[in-house]
Design a protein around this ligand. Structure first.
Ligand code: SAM
Ligand code: SF4
Length: 323
């Protein structure tokens, strides 16, 4: 079992498949992706080997992310390959939803268990303004289809943005009144590229928490393995609400995740300078050396991120490692 110096256990791997994206979210990739990154992406064999090493070290859940994972032409094979690794119990994916309507059935058939879809506004023009894509109706339709499919879970991720969706809480709550969707409001995080944007748009999730509690929502008790969201439920709503507040006290205390980039580097935290390349060891079917490097590297994981001190590490934006 992978465990760090602070007794945190890592059973969850977030695997980025590409840095590239077809959206231009203005907090993430306003000027588009680094196009040179595509030829550096890890291939299917490398993916199988790295996931095998993590699984042998106790990883049970893998989330495919990006950039936009659905830009990978071999995505269906990636899902099938990761799901077939002994020990992996759940394969999830985070996507902008662009191909959800079209490809959901293929993903589910290949073994996808759960999906998170990013929707930063329920207003089509605000959505267009934030993402650069005028696709909200199709994406919402895709989420409805996903909710009716055999997937175990469908979540919607919304980054809180003061001047865009800062006042949309009532609309979002109405959206989950009848839909069994787990909605997550994520506080905007500062990255290397978005300092001015962060200052302009960051909202603290605490004010939303107060509003929810005033409106009769109750906070669910969290298990040690539950992940970073604070969860809220209400008897009149089919869906649930989650708040991810990375600037809150003890946010990193229960961290259960490690990340591997699409170039094959291990990221111990979203906001770190140190990336440990695993790529050379992904060339052989012997998982031993990979396991050893992962295990040794994890001992260097810091107790917390240092975002409060404006230290964003070398993460210019989250398309590099998938959020
Ligand atoms: N393209 C996919 C998507 O948008 O869902 C997957 C990758 S994206 C980097 C993963 C998640 O990170 C999305 O929900 C996105 O909104 C979120 N994200 C990106 N930049 C962020 C930031 N600076 N602060 C908080 N969340 C961010
Ligand atoms: Fe693309 Fe996701 Fe970043 Fe938006 S948040 S630009 S969809 S990687």
């Amino acid at each position: 079992m992978l465990q760090d110096a602070y007794a945190r256990r890592f059973t969850y791997l977030r695997l980025s498949l590409t840095e590239s994206c077809n959206f231009r979210c203005d907090y993430c990739l306003p000027d588009g992706p680094d196009c040179t990154s595509r030829k550096e992406e890890i291939n299917l064999d490398e993916i199988r080997r790295v996931v095998t090493a993590f699984a042998l070290l106790g990883t049970r859940k893998v989330r495919l992310t990006g950039g936009e994972p659905c830009l990978r032409k071999d995505l269906v094979d990636v899902i099938r390959t990761v799901k077939a690794v002994p020990g992996i119990e759940e394969v999830a994916m985070t996507t902008n939803g662009y191909r959800l309507m079209k490809d959901l059935d293929k993903w589910v058939e290949a073994g996808l268990d759960a999906v998170n879809v990013s929707v930063d506004s329920l207003d089509p023009s605000t959505f267009h303004l934030v993402t650069g894509q005028n696709k909200l109706p199709e994406i919402l339709e895709g989420i409805d289809r996903a909710s009716q499919s055999s997937l175990k879970r469908v979540k919607v991720n919304t980054v809180l943005l003061k001047e865009h969706n800062g006042k949309e809480l009532p609309e979002f709550l109405e959206y989950i009144r009848t839909r069994p969707v787990s909605l997550r409001f994520i506080e905007l995080m500062q990255t290397g590229d978005n300092h001015a944007y962060y200052r302009r748009h960051h909202i603290n999730g605490e004010s939303i928490k107060e509003t929810l509690l005033e409106q009769g929502w109750t906070q669910r008790l969290k298990s040690k393995t539950a992940g970073p969201a604070q969860e809220f439920v209400h008897p009149e709503f089919a869906g649930s609400m989650g708040l991810i507040m990375p600037y809150s006290k003890d946010f990193c205390a229960d961290c259960n995740r490690l990340r591997v980039s699409s170039r094959g580097a291990l990221f111990l935290c979203l906001f770190t300078e140190n990336h440990i390349s695993l790529r050379d060891l992904m060339q052989s079917d012997d998982p031993g050396p990979l396991m050893e490097r992962i295990q040794e590297s994890v001992q260097g994981k810091k107790v917390s991120h240092f975002l409060h001190d404006k230290q964003t590490g070398s993460t210019k934006n989250l398309s590099i490692i998938g959020g």
